[in-house]
Design a protein around this ligand. Structure first.
Ligand code: ATP
Ligand code: MG
Length: 521
């Protein structure tokens, strides 16, 4: 007997049962709520079982949602709370070891309790707190045992998910699995492969955040259930490491991130692994972010760029995770950093795509826009560029040839002084390589002069040219240079020198940006 009035969740739901009874049907509290109350644990939800069929329930209550009418469940809205009311039913014939599509409704509570998974979950309570416990669930609660209702083999053959639920309850409640029930799991674990991965995932996630994760995972490994799960084949060692990791997982995100970490999944396989478990796209993105940040955080503290990418909510979870590795965390420092983060979202940048286009004189967008905005974002986060509209505009304008991959062209007239000294052997003029080098260097220098800050200059550090054709005297040649690579302070250009359609030379030139003052000295 439970003093029902002392448990607000049940007390508030008593009128629902009264209403069903007034309509001439039976109704009881069942499932986890009753079990957890007997364990003096807080209850997560109040489930109700009734002899009324779903359509009869719908007639009794004005507002209902059919969440699982094919399994006999109707959701009822009462006093701003929702309750799942499931019609008494038996297990009908199982096909392929999966829950049947059709259900058989019955009018007897005892029949309904018989089809429930474990004795601890097969206790019903009426609106006065009287318990109906035909399988001695209370004894098993006291002994802290998870025992199948009836013959475990039959029950697991009916619905193989129950094996996974045993592991989940073990972790959640810190119970042991009764010997015969455990043996049946060991013998019938391959049947789990018949179960939809979404249903397995629900139980696995609850197992991971349970307070006895260690016991739950041990059972999951010992009974070989893990072999039936996506990406777990032969990963027992890693799963045990996860089991022993000294941190209570508070959220599914933390649980999945550390799972991925302990399995050592390469970055480019994380998506595939999580998709195998049918996680929602949003969750996959969050795990990917947390996993990336965790690996960096194990090495060093956050910087603005990493915090921006990760977002404060996920970052705080990662900061909790590192305590499991014996590291000291600093949530306050992280929160402070977030307060001074120059931008939290791309929209916080003081320049947008339209304005970038305008600065560059374009009327159309394209991949270049994303590239520019990403570069600007990185610089703002690295604090090398202030988030100030005028300064951002000026910066973009200066770097246009880099951003737009523009070719810088310089035209020069070929004169006698550019010719090679030792050209007497030839009966046509040959443009000297040293002159070519000078043309290329000059072009690059001019291009750089437009971009470097007032107090900086660029100096050439490397040049290589393949000079393959002679040039005609008194005609123009065109030097074309473009940025090939850009590292912090060094720019590498590729160069082509042409006369009409003939390529005279191709090559590469590198320049380094230095302080004007220092260089002069
Ligand atoms: P939680 O606290 O996580 O809600 P719960 O025991 O209420 O735990 P639910 O999944 O909400 O678990 O299921 C409610 C009840 O329905 C269970 O207590 C059990 O009696 C029954 N049940 C759920 N799934 C199964 C199943 N696969 N086979 C048999 N009975 C089940
Ligand atoms: Mg429940």
């Amino acid at each position: 007997m439970i003093t029902i009035n002392q448990i607000p969740e049940f007390r508030k739901a008593i009128p629902i049962i009264e209403r069903i009874e007034e309509a001439g049907y039976e109704a009881y509290f069942v499932g986890g709520g009753v079990r957890d109350t007997l364990l003096h644990l807080p209850i997560s939800d109040v489930d109700i079982a009734s002899s009324a069929t779903p359509s009869e329930i719908q007639r009794i209550f004005p507002v209902t949602f059919d969440v699982g009418i094919q399994h006999g469940t109707v959701m009822v809205l009462y006093e701003k709370k929702t309750y799942e009311i499931t019609t008494f039913r038996t297990e009908s014939k199982y096909e392929n070891f999966r829950r049947p599509e059709k259900v058989n409704y019955v009018r007897s509570l005892e029949e309904d309790l018989k089809r429930r998974d474990f004795t601890i979950n097969a206790i019903a309570m009426d609106r006065f707190g009287n318990l109906e416990d035909p399988f001695d669930g209370q004894t098993d609660i006291e002994a802290r045992l998870i025992r199948a209702v009836g013959n475990p083999i039959e029950r697991f053959r009916e619905d193989a998910l129950r094996m996974m639920r045993a592991a989940r309850f073990m972790s959640q409640l810190g119970f042991q699995v009764e010997e015969k029930t455990k043996e049946a799991v060991l013998d019938y674990h391959p049947l789990l492969s018949k179960i939809a991965v979404e249903r397995i995932r629900e139980e696995w996630t609850k197992l991971l955040i349970g307070r006895n994760r260690k016991g739950g995972i041990r059972f999951f490994v010992e009974t070989r259930l893990f072999h039936m799960c996506p990406g777990f084949q032969n990963r027992d060692k890693e799963l045990i490491d996860l089991a022993l990791f000294p941190l209570q997982f508070q959220t599914p995100l933390t649980a999945w991130t550390l799972l991925v970490y302990f399995l050592g999944i390469p970055d480019d396989e994380v998506d595939g692994f999580l998709r195998g478990w049918k996680l929602a796209n949003k969750q996959i993105t969050n795990v990917r972010k947390a996993y990336h940040a965790l690996k960096i955080r194990l090495d060093r503290f956050w910087d603005y760029a990493l915090l921006y990418e990760t977002g404060i909510k996920i970052a705080l979870e990662v900061e909790e995770m590192i305590t499991g590795f014996g590291m000291v965390n600093d949530l306050n420092h992280l929160l402070e950093m977030d307060k001074t983060l120059p931008i939290h979202r791309i929209q916080d940048m003081k320049i947008n795509g339209q304005e970038v286009m305008h600065v560059l004189g374009f009327t159309r967008g394209g991949p270049y826009l994303g590239k520019i905005l990403a570069d600007i974002k990185d610089r703002i986060l690295a604090q090398t560029l202030p988030n100030d509209k005028a300064q951002l505009k000026e910066f973009i304008l200066k770097r246009r040839f880099i951003y737009l991959d523009e070719v810088y062209k310089k035209t020069v007239q070929v004169e006698g002084l550019h010719l090679m000294q030792e050209t007497e052997d030839f009966d046509f003029p040959v443009l000297g390589t040293s002159a070519l080098i000078e043309f290329v260097e000059d072009s690059c220098k001019e291009m750089m002069a437009g971009v470097v800050e007032e107090d900086k200059i660029s100096i050439g550090t490397f040049i290589s040219l393949q000079h393959s054709n002679p040039a005609l005297l008194h005609r123009t040649i065109v030097v074309e240079v473009r940025v090939k690579a850009l590292k912090e302070k060094t720019v590498t250009f590729s160069a082509v020198v042409k006369q009409d359609d003939t390529i005279l030379a191709i090559g590469e030139h590198t320049r380094k940006v230095v302080d004007k003052q220092n260089f002069m000295k």
